[in-house]
Design a protein around this ligand. Structure first.
Ligand code: F0G
Length: 460
């Protein structure tokens, strides 16, 4: 008999999960103003809010923390991380930051000016926030196929080169400080970008004299999909694929809380010394001195090890198999989601489940609240609350998709938890016709409102 698959690690430490009743959850979500971010973690049974900073570190990472050098300047931890960044991405200039959006803040402070255009394949919300905050325009050039959740194609996160070229042609290069390629494409469902699209995007931008920035939060998962789905890469190691990917980038920002498998951290890296010299003052102003930039020495050491370990095939394989297990179970139950299963999450297609709910009542948010009430599972809305209002017209923006993202933290939950999640989704799907009304906003901030928004049921 062929032996079944098993994860390439065993578990050394556990953390208890507190169960709850439906009545408790009804009270807690009301007190949280129907915003899942406002729940206390003890009020959540299975937390799928994000895979960011929520992974479980390895024993080697914990051991590396003990070697952390907390010197203000020139810490050896910094040099160990710098060496790893050089080895993986071949970028000699780098600045640590406390997380991904801080990396965006540091870099964009140096390269964006009011009125600029920053095209990309579905900018992440903080990236879009940092662009719009500077009165610049984030223009989405994702392929149209990404909006059809039932279409199964291997690289659904790609840049549409036609849309991108139109912008590059119609605007002077001085107005386009960079193009952002996000790998994997989080907003479109954790969908990857092929090496071919990465290369062609880079070549196109360079033809127009525009540099390319890779938003790299889930770069290793993207490399895994290239290895397993793109012709010519099956025999290459993840590290070799990563090096090729970054040979097409001019600069990168990364939230290391995802594929770096640390609880906190990020960085900016680049090839150009001239650019580094322009950017470094913003690191000092916003993050910290150049050799720590908002990170503790011990965290830089844990990150160096995390980056090394998580660019090995077996680690990525275990993770992506678990996400796929959730997708396969949802297939069995007929629950629609963005196909194929993504790298870090399953994105449930809320519009398909609640087709009669008006978009003004926040379809994906309504589904998210239902899932919490059903089983104490916390996902996150990727829909019109996240999309914010248009900065100029102040009208609500209603994206094509209303998704409920169920992000799977790395090495945290077992396949039994995955089965509970799938069963809870199935229960909601079976009673979907009983969900006839949603929510309205009672408080919101002008930018990145989804973190702090307050809601109440439309029908009480
Ligand atoms: N870029 C992408 C593609 C991201 O997914 C994130 C964060 C960031 C940038 C910002 O990084 O959180 O470290 O400041 N995504 C998290 C998520 C929050 O849940 O997907 P950060």
């Amino acid at each position: 008999m062929e032996l079944p698959y098993a994860e390439p690690y065993k578990i050394k430490m556990t953390e208890p999960i507190r169960p709850s009743t439906r009545a408790e959850r009804e009270q807690w979500i009301r007190e949280a103003k129907y915003n899942l971010f406002k729940l206390r973690s003890e009020q959540v049974t299975i937390d799928l809010l994000t895979d960011s900073g929520t992974g479980s570190m390895s024993d080697r990472q914990w051991a590396a923390m003990m070697t952390g050098d907390e010197s203000y300047a020139g810490a050896s931890s910094y040099f160990r991380l710098k060496e790893m960044v050089g080895k993986l991405f071949d970028m000699p200039y780098f600045l640590p930051t406390h997380q991904g959006r801080a990396a965006e803040n540091v870099l964009f402070s140096a390269i964006l000016k009011e009125g600029d255009i920053v095209p990309g394949n579905s900018h992440f919300d903080t990236t879009k926030g940092h662009i719009e905050f500077r009165r610049c325009h984030a223009v989405d050039c994702t392929i149209d196929a990404a909006a059809d959740t039932q279409l199964e194609i291997p690289f659904k996160g790609e840049m549409d080169l036609g849309k991108l070229e139109k912008i590059l042609k119609e605007n002077p290069k001085e107005k386009i400080p960079c193009v952002v390629l996000t790998i994997t494409n989080n907003t479109a469902g954790g969908q990857p970008v092929s090496m071919r699209n990465i290369r062609e995007t880079s070549e196109l931008c360079h033809r127009y004299g525009v540099p390319v920035l890779f938003d790299s939060a889930r770069f290793a998962e993207n490399a895994y999909f290239i290895k397993t789905r793109e012709e010519g890469y099956a025999d290459k190691s993840i590290k070799e694929i990563v090096r090729e990917i970054y040979s097409y980038a001019d600069m990168m920002t990364i939230s290391a809380k995802k594929d770096g498998v640390v609880n906190m951290g990020g960085f900016v890296a680049m090839h150009s010394e001239e650019l580094y010299r322009k950017v470094m003052q913003y690191s000092i102003m916003f993050e910290g001195y150049l050799t720590y930039g908002g990170m503790s020495g011990r965290d830089m050491d844990a990150l160096a090890v995390g980056l090394d370990e998580n660019t090995e095939f077996a680690q990525l394989d275990a993770r992506i198999r678990q996400v796929k297990l959730l997708g396969d179970l949802l297939d069995d139950y007929g629950v629609p989601y963005q196909r194929p299963a993504g790298g870090h999450a399953i994105f449930i297609d809320a519009k398909k489940i609640l087709p009669n709910l008006p978009k003004e009542e926040f379809i994906a948010q309504t589904l998210g609240i239902e899932l919490y009430l059903e089983a104490g599972i916390r996902g996150v809305e990727i829909g019109s609350i996240l999309a914010d209002r248009d900065p100029e017209t102040h009208e609500n923006r209603y994206p094509k998709l209303e998704l409920l993202r169920l992000a799977i933290p790395r090495r945290v939950y077992t396949d039994n938890h995955i089965r509970v999640i799938a069963a809870a989704c199935r229960n909601i799907y079976e009673r979907r016709e009983s969900i006839t009304s949603g929510y309205k906003i009672t408080f919101e901030t002008p930018i990145l409102r989804h973190f702090t928004v307050e809601l109440e049921p439309v029908k009480k």
